[in-house]
Design a protein around this ligand. Structure first.
Ligand SMILES: NC(=O)c1ccc[n+]([C@@H]2O[C@H](COP(=O)([O-])OP(=O)(O)OC[C@H]3O[C@@H](n4cnc5c(N)ncnc54)[C@H](O)[C@@H]3O)[C@@H](O)[C@H]2O)c1
Ligand SMILES: O=C(O)CC[C@@H](O)C(=O)O
Length: 528
């Protein structure tokens, strides 16, 4: 069955070429769906691609029984309920770079149009009015542009504004004095920016912290005659406060591309001659649309081919370099989790994962998620995946701790996973042996050498003559062939373990019979 991809907002036809080329993917385009129609339709799809119009609400995500991926052809993911997507193990990807240039150019176009009242003058001319007095503008040269949010777009706007001989002052939580100096701009707090600027442009995402960042108090603190630009997100500016500030004469003009509610058709701000506006066109260029569509399409193809995606939103991205170092450990890390989950029937309270040796030098969070997934899979099955593994652990109150050390007890790398319940602690360690592949090298306190594959039997017993024979005889009677066997003991005559690899799945009743043997304390079947 091909992978079904729904495109629910208009996308560049050329940009979806990677999807069209993939033989395992079938595309359906259905734009302009209302929530009810989307709720009905989404059931059959494995992936959904949206721009900013489609609202991917929790309700939509809950109705999407097969959905594994949402691609946002653009930057802002505020139209997607990320928490719900993560909870349902749906990976969200976006296309953060493809429209940066277009959005920056649109911002500069709006800034220039605002300063020179171009839309108003054109409108008058279209209405047969040749008016050369009303539309007196101001120069940009030597004016101060205040930028709040100096990410991809903010930085591009800064560079272009300098080309207009403007002074630039910016605030961004990640901006340092040194970085600002290198860019030839001034560095300030939000307050500094607001007080110094003749024009203020915002380029942050819409977050709890940025909602109504420009509000009544902020407008009051600005220079008289300041002009405002928003080509980022509606809601960063309090529209009611902006209206009042324009009417009072404090703000001389505003250029808006985005609004608190879109479509924005019937708002009093649009009645003000000082306001110019476009209907969310920042990314609407042929180039940007093609680029963002290509980026999400490539990520969708990669994801369904089992390859890493470039722009995950609800999963930390892993750089190519780091990925090449940690990728060989993916399978082992999950298997260590699966192995441990079979060692106890009690509720897991804490998971400690220790990365020793060379691995300690890398960002190993992807491996940690994989191990947690391996552990939780026993009870959650396919409800847990890489995207929601940490979320699920949190939800069930399972603490996950990651530790690193560069010493690995003679190994080049060693991953040790410890699982704590209310009464027990179990531990398993694994490594990759050069040329020999993955090995489990320690189970609890016993040193072993096990290939983590196939059907394993973990047996705790008393170290005394005959114990191994009894197990072998019983398995032979059950027609279960032993492929490999390892034994380990704490001390002669003390507690010991057997680790067997067998050729078939061991059934629960066969385990019961093994446990019933004398001096056998515990038997766990582990399928890896
Ligand atoms: N109008 C459009 O069509 C259009 C097109 C593209 C992007 N956008 C929007 O533009 C905005 C910027 O996009 P980007 O690609 O530059 O994103 P980005 O992630 O590269 O940059 C956002 C910056 O905002 C900063 N920031 C976060 N909280 C802040 C705060 N409280 N105060 C100041 N800075 C803060 C971040 O540190 C970051 O540097 C987003 O809202 C995006 O959705 C709009
Ligand atoms: O899809 C669009 O045209 C808008 C995109 C823009 O708002 C974004 O955040 O990338």
């Amino acid at each position: 069955m091909p992978i079904q991809v729904l495109i629910s907002d208009p996308l560049s036809e050329d940009g979806i070429y990677p999807l069209q080329q993939a033989t395992n993917i079938q595309i359906e385009v259905a734009t302009g769906l209302n929530e009810d129609a989307l709720l009905e339709k989404i059931k059959d799809f494995d992936a959904l691609i949206v721009r900013s119009q489609t609202q991917v609400t929790r309700k939509v995500i809950e109705a999407a029984e097969k959905l594994k991926m949402i691609g946002r052809a653009g930057v802002g993911v505020d139209n997607i309920d990320l928490e719900a997507a993560t909870e349902h193990g749906i990976i969200v990807v976006n296309a953060p770079d493809g429209n940066t240039n277009s959005a920056a150019e649109h911002t500069i176009a709006m800034l220039t149009a605002l300063a020179r009242k171009i839309p108003q003058a054109f409108n008058a001319l279209k209405n047969g009015i040749w008016d050369r007095k009303t539309f007196i503008g101001v120069e940009l040269k030597n004016k101060t542009l205040g930028i709040i949010g100096l990410g991809r777009i903010g930085a591009e706007v800064a560079a272009r504004a300098k080309g207009q001989r403007m002074n630039v002052i910016a605030y961004d939580p990640f901006l340092t004095k040194e970085k600002a100096q290198k860019m030839g701009i001034d560095f300030g707090t939000v307050d500094d920016v607001i007080r110094a600027a003749d024009f203020i442009t915002v380029h942050t995402p819409l977050l709890k912290e940025t909602k109504h960042l420009l509000n009544k108090e902020a407008f009051a603190a600005m220079k008289d005659g300041v002009q405002i630009i928003n080509c980022a997100r509606g809601g960063i500016i309090d529209e009611e406060a902006l209206y009042d500030a324009i009417v009072s004469g404090k703000v001389a003009g505003a250029a808006l591309d985005v609004f608190e509610t879109e479509p924005f058709l019937d708002h009093k701000l649009l009645t003000l001659p000082q306001v110019i506006a476009t209907p969310h066109l920042g990314a609407s260029t042929v180039e940007a649309q093609e680029s963002v569509a290509i980026d999400v399409s490539n990520d969708i193809v990669a994801f369904f081919n089992g390859d890493p995606v470039r722009n995950p939103v609800n999963l930390p991205s892993v750089s190519k370099d780091v990925l090449s170092k940690i990728e060989p450990f993916f399978d082992l890390s999950e298997k260590l989790g699966v192995f441990l989950s079979r060692m106890t029937n009690e509720a897991v309270e804490e998971i400690n994962i220790k990365y020793a040796g060379e691995l300690a030098n890398y960002d190993v969070r992807a491996l940690t998620r994989n191990t947690v997934k391996g552990i939780l899979k026993r009870n959650l099955g396919s409800h847990v995946n890489d995207v929601n593994a940490k979320f699920m652990a949190d939800r069930f109150g399972v603490k996950v701790n990651e530790h690193k050390t560069t010493t690995a007890k003679g190994f080049l790398h060693l991953i040790t996973v410890e699982l704590l319940t209310a009464t027990t602690t179990h531990r398993v360690a694994g490594t990759l042996l050069n040329g020999l592949g993955a090995r489990i090298v320690k189970v609890d306190d016993y040193v072993v050498d096990i290939v983590p594959e196939g059907h394993l039997l973990y047996i705790e017993h008393k170290d005394q003559p005959g114990a191994i024979g009894k197990v072998g005889t019983l398995l032979a009677m059950e027609n279960i062939n032993i492929a490999t066997m390892q034994v380990g003991r704490s001390a002669a005559g003390g507690d010991a373990i057997m680790m067997l690899t067998v050729d078939n799945v061991v059934q629960p009743e066969e385990i019961e019979r093994l446990i019933a043997l004398e001096d056998i304390f515990a038997v766990k079947a582990i399928d890896l």
